[in-house]
Design a protein around this ligand. Structure first.
Ligand code: FAD
Ligand code: DLZ
Ligand code: SF4
Length: 510
């Protein structure tokens, strides 16, 4: 008996039952391959983060006695795709069985199903033992329903897993604390300094430099900021619950210049690679709240639990229910290109300069920056969802198709016509100003709609509604905006549309 087990770069779950005992008949294989580095124009920190974490995981497995074959990016025998490497390994060795864990990505799932269907040895597929829900659970839950409300899935999962529950009721009697969770950062409030790791990854960086990899963004390879193993991931979790959780809910939608992390956990990379599990993240947050209820108000905790039990599991369920069609949805039939400055951050719009700038520097932006700054602008500018997806998939350290596409194409671009969101997340300057300290330092004037230095968000916002009236006017959550638009003086409307047209024609100079 000789088993070959594949481990993908986002399957670094040391608590998986595969690793419960050392078995000499099992060989694990991990590989750094160009098909994975090149499926998007990646941030250098994403590639380094994945490779460093994969290497650390392989070393950890070897140190406790497991047999691991690890193909590095520069190994001369590396054929640079999962299938090609596997095919060769299975040909030259006498493995009697091939095993893999369910991948999170549709593309890899199809590839592995096709690949294994041609094998002459038995194949077994295992769960990745990470998520609260299975791939199909959401589909079953919403069967026969017209809408897919995150809120109802979230409460069902809270009940099923008895998280912050007393029987069938939420412990405080209330599910939702959104009204307490949308505060601007007070002036002169200095958020906690983010914990970063300063790991020296320069040897790995040198290997990457020998390749012709095309990447974006900056890196300090002597002081790599992201967690690359379970111990660092747990350290980040401890830091989060101690320092950030007390403020998480209140300021989860807030934005401020040069504050790249605020009270966010930055656990998405550790979670998506499975170095830590959603269940231990939730348990740790709840335990801290139980220890310090006077320091951590309940709504701060619930706001965080909702992201993980709610949004994360929900997005995964939608992905598996709606793929592969989801990847081609384009509800508004948008076809524009992303402005050039999405790749450089060189724009006079302060909110976009800051958000794109920090994305290039840290491979990270928090949720509201992704949704209401870059996503909002791309939607107002009519950019093709393929372009928007490719940008998000490349630039963020936590970006994996299953959670990137549902958030980008779905929640942020409304390209799914309203599966994950009930209305498009677009705004004029007033929302950005309400939630951030960006507008004060901007070249553009937030209150100005037309003319010199008018904030582009203002005219683009009305232009979007005007252009898509047929698709949006009947939406009960937006009808009100059309009343305002229809009552506007015709000359004001024309001026707004002309302003928007001018900005769209000169988009690269904004
Ligand atoms: P926190 O604010 O600390 O939240 C805690 C955790 O909750 C996160 O680590 C994440 O696991 C989960 N979470 C929060 N919001 C969501 C959400 N909407 N969907 C799924 N999980 C959520 N998240 C990714 O993990 N990968 C992506 O590629 C990704 N792309 C996005 C693209 C767009 C356009 C938008 C609007 C959101 C995207 N998100 C993505 C969701 C969210 O922005 C990130 O999970 C979050 O910013 C990660 O930072 P954090 O760990 O500090 O999160
Ligand atoms: C993101 C990523 C990158 C950049 N490189 C690799 C790699 O070389 N080898 C690998 O196994 N995984 C990598 N990953 C993560 C994969 O994209 C991810 O495992 C699959 O998409 C399945 O979700
Ligand atoms: Fe962004 Fe407009 Fe505010 Fe400038 S004025 S920061 S462009 S919203």
């Amino acid at each position: 008996n000789k088993i070959l087990r594949l481990l993908l770069g986002d399957q670094l779950n040391s608590n998986h039952s595969w690793f419960a005992k050392v078995d000499d008949s099992v060989t694990y294989v991990m590989m750094e391959v160009r098909t994975e580095t090149d499926y998007a124009l990646h941030h250098i920190q994403k590639i380094v983060g994945f490779f460093a974490a994969m290497r650390a995981f392989a070393e950890m497995l070897q140190s406790i006695g497991h047999q691991v074959i690890y193909l590095k990016i520069n190994d001369s025998n590396n054929l640079h795709s999962f299938e090609a490497n596997l095919e060769k390994m299975l040909k030259i060795s006498d493995y009697t069985k091939f095993e893999y864990q369910l991948p999170d990505e549709y593309r890899v799932d199809v590839m592995l199903r096709n690949f294994t269907s041609g094998l002459s040895i038995p194949v077994s597929v295992y769960d990745s033992e990470h998520f609260f829900t299975t791939r199909t659970e959401l589909g079953v839950f919403f069967q026969g329903k017209k809408t897919f409300l995150m809120e109802s899935y979230y409460s069902a999962l809270r009940k099923k897993h008895q998280i912050l529950m007393e029987g069938d009721h939420p412990i405080t009697g209330q599910w939702n604390y959104d009204s307490e969770n949308r505060k601007k950062l007070p002036k002169n409030h200095k958020p906690t300094t983010p914990l970063v790791f300063n790991t020296d990854v320069s040897a790995l960086m040198d290997e990457l430099l020998e390749n012709d990899l095309k990447t974006i963004g900056t890196i300090d390879a002597k002081q790599f900021i992201w967690p690359i193993n379970r111990a660092q991931s747990l350290q980040l979790l401890d830091f989060f619950v101690a320092e950030c959780l007390p403020f998480f809910g209140s300021y989860q939608d807030a934005m401020a210049p040069n504050e790249w992390s605020l009270y966010h956990s930055r656990l998405s990379f550790s979670l998506n690679t499975k170095m830590i599990s959603p269940s231990e993240v939730i348990s740790s947050a709840i335990a801290e709240w139980e220890k310090n209820p006077e320091r951590i108000a309940y709504h701060q905790l619930e706001g965080f639990v909702r992201q993980i039990i709610g949004w994360r599991e929900y997005m995964r369920g939608i992905y598996w229910l709606k793929m592969p069609e989801y990847a081609s949805f384009n509800y508004f039939d948008h076809h524009e290109k992303l402005p050039d400055w999405f790749w450089t951050g060189k724009t006079k719009m302060n909110c976009l300069k800051d958000t794109i700038g920090q994305s290039l520097n840290f491979a990270y932006a928090h949720h509201i920056q992704r949704l209401m700054v870059t996503g909002n602008f791309a939607l107002l500018a009519g950019v093709h969802p393929d372009e928007v997806d490719a940008w998000y998939l490349g630039i963020y350290i936590d970006a994996l198709d299953w959670v990137e596409i549902t958030n980008t194409r779905g929640m942020s671009q409304f390209a799914d016509g309203g599966i994950v969101g009930t209305k498009p997340y677009v705004s004029s300057a007033s929302y950005i100003d309400k939630m951030s300290h960006y507008c004060g330092g901007c070249y553009y004037q937030k209150a100005k709609k037309v003319g010199e230095k008018a904030c582009p968000f203002n005219s683009l916002y009305w232009n979007f509604y005007d252009k898509h009236e047929d698709k949006l006017a009947n939406n009960p959550r937006i009808g009100m905006m059309y009343n305002v638009w229809r009552k506007m003086k015709p000359e004001d409307k024309t001026a707004l549309l002309e302003q928007a047209d001018y900005y769209l024609k000169h988009i690269n100079t904004l």
